[in-house]
Design a protein around this ligand. Structure first.
Ligand SMILES: *Cc1c(COP(=O)(O)O)cnc(C)c1O
Length: 374
C-alpha cells in the first residue's frame, strides 16, 4: 500500500483515455445515454444519482480514509445531517459536548421531528460516555480535535465503548484531515469531513464527506437519502475538492508547523490566559493526541486575559489574520466564536479561534505580538 502522501498526490489518476490529459476531465452532463430498456452502459443515469467527476473524487477520498466507500455531499452539514437522518427512528445519539455548533442546534431543533433522541456528553470522560449509553443508542458522534476548544477524544476507546453497546462511532475529523488522523483504522465506523476546510484547502469550494469502514446498511441509507433528498455535490465542486486533495499532505505539514510556532508564542505571552492546542505538552489530552494523530493540525484557540472586550480588541487589531469564519484555507483567520455562536454558546467569552494559514510563521507571530501589545 503506498504511503498516504502518495495516495493524495496520485490515487486514481490515470491519463484520460480519450485525450491523454493528466488532469481529470470535469464532466458537467446532467444526463447519460441509456438503452431503450434503461440499461446503463457506463453505470450513469442522471447527475443527481451519481456522476463521473463525483465518483472519481469519492474513490480518492475513500483511499485516503482507508474506507470501503466514501460519499461526497454539497456541504459538511449535508453530510452530517444525512448520517443522522439515515438512523432508524427511535435511535438515541450521544453527541460530544464540544461538537460543531450547528450539530447541537440540529439535535435540539430537528431531532424531535426526526424521531431521534440525544444526550450531550463530554467525550474526554470515558466513564461519562459509558454511563450515558442506552439500549437504544445507535450512534456516538465524536469530533476530535473539537471546535473550538480543541478537545481530543480517544477514538479507539470510544469505538470499543460504542461497539460493546451495539452502537456505531462517527468521528467529525474536519480539524484533522486524513494525512493527520485515520479514525477508521482506530476503529471508528464513519468519518465525516467538511471538505470546505482542509480538503478543498483554498476557501473557494464547499463540500462534505462521509467515509465508511463498511459498505453496509448505513452507507446505503446515506447514499439513498442523498439521491432522493438531492444532496449531490456539483461536479465542479467535486473537481475542485479533488484538486485540493492533491496537495493536502504538503499543505498540512505547513499548517501544523505554523500552528505549533503560534501556539508556543501564545503560551509564553503574559496577556494570554490559556492556549488550546493539542500539540502543547500542557494540553490535557496531549498524550492521546500524540498517539492518534501524526500532526496536531492548523487550528488553535486561546483565551485573552481580560475576557470579551480584550479579546474583541485583539481580534480588531490583527492585520494578517482576517476576521472571518471558516478554516483550513491558505490565509490565516481569526474569529470570536462566542459572537458567531450566539446565545446558546458555551464558548468562553475571551476565546479567539485561529485558523493558522500558510503565511510565513514569523510574520504570523509578529502580527499577534502587535495585536496583543496594543
Ligand atoms: C465547518 C464545519 C462543519 C460544517 O461544514 P460545512 O461545509 O460548513 O457545512 C462541520 N464540522 C466542523 C468541525 C466544521 O468545522
Amino acid at each position: 500500500m503506498p504511503h498516504i502522501h502518495t495516495l493524495a498526490a496520485r490515487a486514481g489518476s490515470t491519463p484520460d483515455p480519450a485525450t491523454g490529459a493528466l488532469a481529470p476531465p470535469l464532466q458537467l452532463a446532467t444526463t447519460f445515454e441509456h438503452t431503450a430498456d434503461v440499461q446503463l452502459p457506463h453505470g450513469f443515469l442522471y447527475q443527481r444519482y451519481g456522476n463521473p467527476t463525483q465518483q472519481e473524487t469519492e474513490r480518492v477520498l475513500a483511499a485516503l480514509d482507508g474506507a470501503a466507500r466514501a460519499l461526497l455531499y454539497p456541504t459538511g452539514m449535508a453530510a452530517g445531517a444525512t448520517a443522522l437522518q439515515a438512523l432508524p427512528a427511535g435511535s438515541h445519539v450521544l453527541l460530544c459536548d464540544d461538537s460543531y455548533f450547528s450539530f447541537r442546534v440540529i439535535a435540539r431543533d430537528w431531532f424531535p421531528r426526526w424521531g431521534l433522541e440525544c444526550t450531550i456528553v463530554d467525550f474526554t470522560d470515558l466513564d461519562a460516555v459509558r454511563a450515558a449509553l442506552r439500549p437504544d443508542t445507535r450512534l456516538l458522534w465524536a469530533e476530535t480535535p473539537s471546535n473550538p476548544l480543541l478537545k481530543v477524544s480517544d477514538i479507539a476507546a470510544l469505538a470499543d465503548i460504542a461497539h460493546a453497546g451495539g452502537a456505531r462511532l462517527l468521528v467529525d475529523g474536519t480539524f484533522a484531515p486524513p494525512t493527520l488522523q485515520q479514525p477508521l483504522a482506530l476503529g471508528a465506523d464513519v468519518v465525516m469531513h467538511s471538505a470546505t476546510k482542509y480538503l478543498g484547502g483554498h476557501g473557494d469550494v464547499m463540500g462534505g464527506v462521509l467515509s465508511f469502514a463498511e459498505d453496509g446498511e448505513h452507507a446505503a441509507a446515506c447514499q439513498g437519502l442523498r439521491v432522493l433528498g438531492g444532496a449531490t455535490a456539483s461536479p465542479f465542486a467535486a473537481w475542485m475538492i479533488l484538486r485540493g486533495v492533491r496537495s493536502l499532505p504538503a499543505r498540512m505539514d505547513w499548517h501544523c508547523r505554523n500552528a505549533g510556532q503560534v501556539a508556543q508564542f501564545l503560551q509564553a505571552h503574559a496577556r494570554v490566559d490559556k492556549v488550546h492546542y493539542p500539540g502543547l505538552a500542557s494540553h490535557p489530552q496531549h498524550a492521546v493526541a500524540a498517539r492518534q494523530m501524526s500532526g496536531f493540525g492548523g487550528m488553535l484557540s486561546f483565551e485573552v486575559a481580560g475576557g470579551r472586550e480584550a479579546a474583541l480588541a485583539v481580534a480588531a487589531r490583527l492585520r494578517l489574520f482576517t476576521n472571518a469564519t471558516s478554516l483550513g484555507s491558505t490565509e490565516s483567520l481569526v474569529e470570536h466564536r462566542a459572537s458567531i455562536e450566539g446565545p446558546l454558546s458555551t464558548t468562553p467569552q475571551g476565546l479567539l479561534r485561529l485558523s493558522v494559514g500558510l503565511e510565513y510563521g514569523d510574520d504570523l507571530v509578529a502580527d499577534l505580538e502587535q495585536a496583543l501589545a496594543g
